[in-house]
Design a protein. Structure first.
Length: 84
């Protein structure tokens, strides 16, 4: 039995949560934004685990460094063939 969910499911969830994050209206609750960001990061970690991509998402506090790491991880996953 695989140790993780199928990568296709992870990718679909990443695309869904990414759309949610992009569609927040100005003034949307900070709690919703934080929850969506945490869900997205958790899915990125799952994808990294499934594809053997190293990341530092859990090590970096919220802020610019973590956002840069998020972008780097997205690019690495895309390079592995994952459609985000």
């Amino acid at each position: 039995m695989p140790e993780h969910r199928p990568i296709e499911r992870i990718a679909a969830d990443l695309r869904r949560v990414r759309r949610v994050r992009a569609s927040f209206e100005p003034g949307a609750s900070a709690i919703k934004k934080i929850g969506a960001r945490q869900a997205y990061d958790a899915l990125l970690v799952q994808a990294c685990t499934a594809l053997g991509v190293e990341h530092r998402l859990h090590l970096l506090p919220e802020g610019m460094d973590r956002e840069i790491e998020r972008l780097r991880v997205e690019e690495c996953l895309k390079h592995q063939g994952l459609s985000l």
